[in-house]
Design a protein around this ligand. Structure first.
Ligand code: GUN
Ligand code: ZN
Length: 445
């Protein structure tokens, strides 16, 4: 028997390779054994290939990239929408996260998180776990074995947190982080699928020496960094009180060498112009979390302003500030938030267009996570991280398509009315990791 070495995909291919660009084409894509997208429209050259042909109302779309999600908060998704950030952390968030010292519980919940996010089409997620190293290692193993690309960071937090959920010292926090980094380096030495990410929770939960140590950890291990910034007015006032010597929230992170080209800053609702300039200079990226910002009544981030300043922007679900890990909901909320802000500020340019929103959820995420050359769109040489989206009536979803609908309309209907039933298949690195098999033909026969 001849070994199957390639896959050919035939069907509608839709992606947003750059901000505001929407490409829709009938394509034939060859995915070579090395799992990259080798070429389009020349499949006759391929021998011994499996052929996958899509049905009329199915299309390929790049896997979603969720750049900000708290895995241990998933059991709280959908409730606790009555308090502002700092009180919400105390009442709902720290208690649920502290329960992840129990590994059986961690296994049960993290399995659900990874399978649920995959079912929504998230092929790459940047996770905050709890402060516990063993449970964080478990999350890494689950992502690795289930095939989801992931950054996983145990929270560094050694102050202003409840006694039962606070690291004892800067030293113990660094040691625990090093254990996770070593474990994950053995699990995936090339960091192709899973990588540690240094995760100072936010400035108020870290002493100055811990912030500095986190900057050093990232530099010494060449690792990305994730944290929160300027989410809520009460939080910003607290940062000002705790760090009176620093010019701004951004300056706190900059001073401790935490703003790098691989830093993901979640929220960024209230940044001043000088802070925007600093973030641009450092080439750090933003994770816009509009669902969470609405739920916690944090505010509305002006994403147009950040994009105009040349800053990299992506989307995060921020579960469980956000009530769902469904990236379609984050896209919807980003659209509505930008439209509300456009109306409040009387500037129609602030409203984000659908192709821009889809970019934030895919290639924008890849850029923010420092992997824009590898995933996020269907360009030659990239990995095949793709969804087969099905908007046919067979899915029984409220995405009702009519003959006169253009593909732009269909995309919009999917974004605003679709759900996980529209995600027929999930591919990561050329492998089918979720959904139904649909092999049509094998040319080697
Ligand atoms: N700031 C510090 N921790 C958190 C968190 O868990 N969620 C959100 N939304 N903001 C935070
Ligand atoms: Zn968050």
């Amino acid at each position: 028997m001849v070994q199957v070495i390639d896959i050919i995909f035939v069907g509608k291919l839709i992606h947003t390779p750059s901000l505001g660009t929407l490409e829709i084409e009938d394509a034939t894509v060859g995915v070579h054994q090395d799992e990259t997208i080798r070429f389009a429209k020349s499949h006759h050259m391929l021998k011994n290939a499996e052929v996958h042909v899509l049905k009329p109302l199915q299309f390929f779309f790049p896997g979603f990239i969720d750049t900000h999600i708290h895995a241990p908060q998933y059991p709280n998704a959908g409730f606790g929408i009555d308090l502002p950030l700092l009180k919400w952390l105390e009442k709902y968030t720290f208690p649920i996260e502290s329960s992840f010292r129990n590994l059986d519980r961690a296994l049960e919940i993290y399995y659900r998180v990874v399978t649920r996010t995959l079912s929504y089409g998230t092929t790459f997620a940047s996770y905050f776990s709890s402060l516990h190293t063993p449970a964080s290692a478990l999350l890494a193993e689950l992502c690795f074995s289930l095939g989801q690309r992931a950054y996983i960071g145990k929270c560094n937090m050694n102050t202003l947190s409840p006694a039962h959920y606070c690291e004892k010292s800067c030293k113990s926090s660094v040691e625990a982080t090093n254990v996770l980094v070593s474990f994950m380096s053995q699990l995936d030495p090339n960091r192709k699928f899973v990588s540690p990410i240094i995760t100072p929770r936010f400035a108020p939960s870290c002493t100055k020496d811990l912030l500095k140590a986190c900057g050093e950890l990232a530099a010494n291990h060449d690792l990305p960094i994730q944290t929160h910034i300027s989410e809520n007015l009460g939080e910003i006032a607290l940062v000002r009180e705790l760090f009176p010597d620093r010019k701004s929230y951004t300056d706190v992170y900059d001073h401790h060498s935490l703003l790098t080209p691989k830093t993901v800053l979640a929220h960024a609702v209230y940044l001043e112009d000088e802070e925007i300039e600093t973030i641009y200079k450092r080439q750090s990226g933003i994770s816009h979390c509009p669902t969470s910002n609405a739920v916690l009544a944090s505010g509305m981030a002006n994403i147009r302003k950040l994009l105009d300043a040349g800053i990299k922007v992506s989307l995060g679900t921020d579960v469980s500030g956000g009530y769902t890990p469904n990236m379609l909901v984050a896209i919807r909320q980003a659209a509505l938030t930008s439209r509300s802000l456009a109306s409040v500020l009387r500037d129609s340019r602030i409203a984000l267009e659908l192709p821009e929103l889809l970019y934030l959820a895919t290639q924008g995420g890849a850029e923010v996570l420092g992997r824009g050359h590898e995933v996020g769109s269907f360009e030659e040489g990239k990995a095949w991280d793709a969804l087969v989206v099905d908007v046919s009536s067979e899915t029984n979803t409220p995405v009702d398509i009519y003959e006169r609908d253009t593909w732009e309309n269909i995309l919009s209907k999917w974004v605003f009315n679709g759900d996980d039933r529209n995600v027929a298949q999930v591919w990561v690195n050329g492998k089918l990791i979720a959904g139904t098999e649909c092999k049509i033909e094998d040319t080697s026969l």
